[in-house]
Design a protein around this ligand. Structure first.
Ligand code: ASP
Ligand code: MG
Length: 428
């Protein structure tokens, strides 16, 4: 069976018109052996994060935040499926489940509650898209990804139990594909052995697509986005960006590691391991070829720019002027890892270790408290990390001219700058 995976991101289904476009793409699928993965609609995940934040910080605002989520979806349903009481009934059940997520408190608190609530975005979107596709005559089975993707209890960044996941996917997905049904399920979400919702990290639907691809040994994965393919920089920030026609798995994994938002960083490994090509295409131009990510490619890459915001520069010094030795580094890394911070740049000198990490405001006080027991700690918030792959001096000059550079790292053809000022978004 030649199976394919199609993944539709949030912006591809952000409005009734967009869902109609997706339906056209789905109707054009020639092979019935296709698994469709959908994200939450538009910015729903952000709206649900606001619900969770209100629950912890300003309970008086929860209701209004919930209503925004509910109204947004009901408006789309009204346009797509007017008078369809069945879909409204199913959505109402999901809205109730969403509110339960807030009642159900456990010691893990924030991250746990986050996943119970935020996972509902994908369940809601997939319910609407399924109902619309079925109304258009597409033979389709909706499956709950929580029955397929099994994870540990590392809420908000759950790790996959590959064996159990592979077993469930073969048991529940394969027979449907053999019966010539398309299968539609949710990206981003999974469940623990105790049936608690988990999520795989923001933008995790790409990773879900790769998990299904790996387990089903598919021919290819297509990710549908609102950009023509993988670009040399974020087109919403920079002018004169180019689309890359082909990209190696190697380059893609490096780009995502450095923070390129085009794909979730965990997406590439499962695909590379099974040599499954990944195509990034635009749902706005479904005929255009997009970017093909595969194993062996023969290209000379232009400079590729990646900007990560909300970074934190942490400087740790030994209080007694002792050298920063291996054991100090191990201890510091252990503390940072324990609090769930990802290290984006690491540099050490005689008595100082400098780290650049993504800020996690809710987890920062705990991290600092523990670090301060061992080190003198200095932090600089709101710094930017700019990475240039395949760097070129002209590109560097344009990007960093006149900016205060707090840290510079160079390795091979990759350079990273840590700076406090915003980059000039138009780079010509
Ligand atoms: N809806 C989730 C997010 O916005 C997952 C995804 O879109 O891939 O992060
Ligand atoms: Mg998304």
């Amino acid at each position: 069976m030649d199976i394919e995976v199609y993944k539709f991101g949030g912006s591809s289904i952000q409005s009734a018109d967009r869902v109609k476009k997706v339906a056209e793409i789905v109707k054009g699928i020639e092979s019935r052996n296709t698994v469709l993965i959908v994200s939450a609609m538009g910015k729903t995940t952000n709206l649900l994060e606001e619900v969770v934040n209100a629950h912890f910080d300003q309970p008086g605002r929860v209701q209004a935040a919930l209503e925004r989520v509910i109204d947004y979806h009901l408006r789309i349903v009204e346009e797509l499926l007017p008078g369809d009481d069945q879909v409204i009934g199913r959505l109402n059940d999901l809205f109730v489940e969403l509110e339960w997520g807030l009642d159900d408190q456990r010691p893990e608190q924030y991250d746990y509650v986050y996943d119970q609530v935020v996972a509902m975005g994908e369940l809601i979107s997939s319910t609407i898209v399924t109902a619309f596709l079925k109304a258009q005559g597409v033979p389709l089975i909706w499956l709950d990804a929580r029955d397929l993707i099994h994870t540990d209890r590392n809420f908000r960044n759950a790790r996959i139990d590959w064996e159990k996941t592979g077993e469930s996917i073969s048991r529940l997905v394969t027979p449907e594909l053999e019966r010539q049904n398309l299968v539609l399920t949710q990206g981003f979400i999974g469940s623990t052995p105790d049936n608690e919702n988990t999520t795989l990290g923001r933008e995790g639907s790409d990773f879900s697509a790769a998990i299904f691809a790996y387990c089903l040994k598919v021919q290819k994965v297509t990710v549908w986005k609102d950009v023509p393919g993988v670009m040399t920089a974020d087109p919403s920030r920079f002018e004169a960006v180019q689309k890359l026609d082909v990209l190696s798995f190697r380059e893609a994994i490096e780009m995502t590691y450095y923070g390129a938002k085009v794909l979730h960083p965990k997406t590439i490994k499962p695909l590379q391991n099974r040599q499954i090509p990944l195509i990034v295409r635009s749902f706005l131009e479904p005929e255009a070829p997009g970017t093909s990510i595969e194993d062996q490619v023969d290209v000379v890459y232009p400079p590729i720019i990646i900007v990560e915001e909300d970074q934190l520069l942490i400087q740790l010094s030994t209080p007694d002027y002792a050298f920063m030795e291996a054991q100090h580094l191990v201890d510091a890394f252990n503390i940072v890892a324990k609090h769930g911070f990802k290290m984006n740049v690491i540099r050490n000198t005689a008595i100082t270790l400098t780290l650049v990490t993504q800020d996690r405001p809710r987890h920062l006080p705990g991290l600092l408290e523990e670090l301060e027991k061992h080190y003198t700690v200095r932090i600089t918030k709101d710094v930017l990390l700019i990475t240039i792959r395949h760097t070129h001096s002209a590109t560097e000059d344009q990007l960093i001219q006149g900016k205060l550079i707090l840290l510079e790292e160079r390795f091979g053809n990759t350079v990273q700058f840590v700076t406090q000022s915003l980059p000039d978004y138009a780079l010509r």
